[in-house]
Design a protein around this ligand. Structure first.
Ligand SMILES: *Cc1c(COP(=O)(O)O)cnc(C)c1O
Length: 356
């Protein structure tokens, strides 16, 4: 028997699962993780906290993760309170809960591709219709065209990703404001890479007080160097959080996850201490790739999209042969490299020089 013989939903037939390759190679620059592992003192603190909470694992976790949400609100600042923050197993689960509460059969979500591949996948998984509003050739979003797409499709949910994955493009607040003014439903600004944005680039968190239908999502998977913990979160109006309580599974966030996330927040200075170096390395990578005569998208994130390669698969494979895994993603002819340690970036440059 194979998949096609099963009585799965018609709208799932022929689809492919999310699939960034997980391959064992020396230099992993393909899923935008922070390359620096936690220090021994963080690991020791985490182990101690897990030991303390392990004695209570016969009981369900705090269903509403109140202490963690208070810690996250405090971390985000902007005067946010715990009732305005929600957390789940990665921001992908947060996004899925948003789709479950505000999307669904007969409803529509609008995004602007090329963007994060999981937005349409989660949209489809919740039987919501996906509409692509498209970007300009330089991957920016023209505010007037974005507003026109909103007015044409009247979506229940709009996805704005800033900085955008896989292009690295951040959005001006004015574009977000104009989309909010036009949108009949919820507007999600996915800020998975917010901590990496360049000086002077704003966060949509500052728009929350005036916009009750705005949701800003964040994650500990990228800058926060905790991808293995699976902790994503959002900030929104307290009524939005109440809506998500209707669809979340009871006890969705394990005691161990809540513990690990709170320990990580206590060590925020260490964990975010590598962000400045990664941003510098990102800017150097952009400069270096341009010096090789390549086309490179401006980036406010911890990755760089570059091209253009008529046969990008061949370039990707030749880098892999040299022990460097990057990502074949985004528009045809482009490749994306995550920013690793200085040693990893030197290996990437050497391998790419060899390929070119
Ligand atoms: C990586 C990423 C996420 C995050 O995922 P987690 O589930 O929190 O690991 C969300 N949005 C974008 C745009 C991303 O690139």
């Amino acid at each position: 028997m194979n998949l096609d013989d099963l009585p799965i939903r018609d709208d799932l037939r022929g689809k492919s699962p999310y699939g960034a390759p997980q391959i064992e190679v020396p230099v992993l620059l393909n899923t935008n993780e922070n390359p620096y592992p936690p220090s021994k003192s963080l690991v020791d603190d985490l182990a101690e906290e897990v030991r303390r909470t392990a004695g209570g694992l016969n009981r369900y976790p705090d269903r509403d993760a109140l202490e963690l949400r208070a810690d996250l609100a405090d971390f985000l600042g902007h005067g946010l309170r715990a009732e305005q923050v929600w957390a789940a197993n990665g921001s992908n689960e947060v996004l899925q809960q948003i789709l479950q509460a505000f999307g669904g059969h007969g409803r529509t979500a609008l995004g602007f591709e090329p963007s994060y591949s999981m937005h349409p996948i989660i949209t489809g998984g919740t039987s919501t219709e996906w509409v692509d509003g498209l970007r300009e050739d330089d991957f920016t979003l023209d505010a007037a065209r974005a507003v026109a797409a909103v007015e044409r499709h009247r979506p229940d949910i709009v996805f704005l990703t800033s900085p955008n994955n896989p292009t690295g493009t951040a959005l001006p607040l004015e574009t977000i404001r104009r989309v909010l003014a036009a949108a009949p439903g919820m507007v999600v600004v996915d800020e998975a890479y917010a901590e990496f944005r360049r000086e002077g680039v704003p966060s949509a968190l500052s728009l929350l007080p005036e916009h009750p239908r705005l949701i800003v999502t964040r994650t500990m998977s990228k800058a926060f160097a905790m991808a293995g913990t699976r902790l994503g979160y959002l900030a929104a109006h307290p009524a939005v959080v109440e809506a998500l309580l209707l669809v979340r599974l009871p006890y969705h966030l394990s005691t161990l996850t809540q513990t690990a996330a709170r320990v990580a927040l206590r060590h925020r200075e260490e964990l975010l201490g590598t962000v400045d170096a990664l941003r510098r390395s990102r800017d150097e990578t952009v400069t270096w790739l341009r010096a090789q005569g390549l086309t490179v998208a401006d980036s406010d994130a911890n990755f760089v999209l570059f091209g253009r390669f008529p046969d990008r698969r061949a370039v990707w494979e030749k880098l892999l042969e040299r022990g460097v895994l990057i990502r074949e993603v985004g528009p045809p002819e482009w490749l994306r490299v995550s920013i690793g340690t200085d040693e990893e970036m030197a290996a990437f440059r050497a391998a790419l020089e060899g390929v070119l």
